[in-house]
Design a protein around this ligand. Structure first.
Ligand code: AMP
Ligand code: MG
Length: 349
């Protein structure tokens, strides 16, 4: 398959809009288009056509029991695909849509089982990115879109990441620059009596609680041995090719010293280090050191994480030592991705 690769700039020109219109037509008619959102790039298909949705699973190599997030642009479409929408869910919608919050509802029969991974529920998000919004609008259908990476690889935050993984496997890739957030959406289950966060993201627990009161975290987020409620959270995800060892502790000097000790002990391996602006100078004697940004600017750290994983693939490192962060607010989402990438290979100091 020849993949069309289209670059789109802001503000959108008439030419850009007609490119988005042709991509929308591809989606409406059952094809696959990768497109930017504010979280990560998505691989979109018409959520209402089972064969189109199967195409997503095939292109990504995604297990068929891992349901897709359906992207919409208006509440009429929500009412078409979801039912039993609670008042609390409506409060979240008013506050956080469009934006990086995915909400799980009971599904209607309009959503085929392929889209829902065989579940009775459907995950729905209204994205904020202008290109994503226009694509949904022009296609006139809800768009099922998981992250536009090969299953198991880090989610794509730049079009070049999508091209590396999916060129030749999808009809079109829209290049809209780097993702603003760089981590996948927060997923919250509102289909149960007690709202439950299944995947942490940029909309944090405390932001959600300030709108609807107490919510819980899925047990799997507190203890890796608990079965996650979200099918996708059980797979090893987001990982670079090298093994990652995560070093965590309250005292940053102990963390740095442990990473230096480990780096010195793996003499026959090509090692990489993931650190912050505050600590990078401690690792001057090592070659493959990447700072995610300042620990005082966690938005930048979130934005750089997956790109850094892919940079390490180019450096051909065998093993990566990564500094941990305190697990609160946005750091909870960053640490969730790092822990999963490490396969829970964590050293506490
Ligand atoms: P991705 O689209 O790659 O960001 O992954 C979507 C995430 O949402 C995966 O972890 C899915 O398992 C999860 N998800 C999608 N639909 C549902 C659902 N109905 N119930 C629980 N989790 C879901
Ligand atoms: Mg994904």
């Amino acid at each position: 398959m020849i993949t069309l690769i289209e670059k789109i700039g802001f503000p959108l020109s008439d030419e850009n809009i007609s490119v988005i219109e042709s991509c929308a037509k591809i989606i409406k008619n059952g094809g696959l288009v990768a497109f930017p959102t504010e979280t990560v790039y998505g691989l979109g298909a018409n959520a209402l056509i089972p064969d189109a949705v199967k195409g997503i699973y095939a292109a990504k190599g995604r297990p068929s029991d891992n349901p897709l997030i359906v992207h919409i642009n208006d509440i009429d479409t929500l009412n078409l695909i979801a039912k039993n929408i609670s008042n609390k869910a409506m409060l979240l919608i008013d506050k956080f849509w469009p934006g990086p919050l995915t909400i799980i509802f009971d599904k209607t029969d309009v959503i085929p089982k392929e889209t829902a991974g065989g579940l009775d529920t459907v995950a729905v998000r209204m994205p904020k990115n202008e290109i994503a919004k226009l694509l949904i609008d022009k296609s006139g259908v809800p768009i099922a879109a998981p992250s536009a990476n090969l299953s198991g690889k880090p989610s794509p935050t730049k079009a070049s990441h999508v091209i590396d993984d999916l060129n030749g496997k999808v009809n079109a890739i829209i290049d809209g620059g780097s993702s603003d957030i760089g981590l996948e959406s927060t997923v919250i289950d509102m289909s149960t009596d007690i709202p439950c966060i299944l995947r942490p993201g940029a909309i944090t627990k405390s932001m959600i609680e300030s709108v609807i009161g107490n919510v819980i975290l899925d047990k799997n987020l507190l203890n890796e041995h608990e079965k996650p409620k979200s099918p996708g959270m059980k797979y090893k995800h987001y990982a670079p090719d090298a093994d990652i060892i995560l070093v965590q502790g309250n005292n940053i000097n102990n963390v740095v010293n442990k990473i230096i000790e480990l780096s010195n002990s793996y003499t026959n391996k090509n090692i990489g280090i993931i650190c912050t602006e505050e600590t990078k100078d401690f690792y001057k004697n090592y070659n493959n050191v990447i700072s995610l940004g300042s620990k005082n600017n966690t938005e930048t750290i979130a934005k750089n994480l997956f790109d850094t994983f892919r940079e390490f693939n180019k450096l051909n490192v065998d093993i990566i030592f990564a500094e941990g962060l305190p697990e609160e607010n946005l750091e909870l989402a960053i640490m969730n991705r790092l822990k999963k990438a490490s396969g829970y290979n964590i050293i506490n100091v």
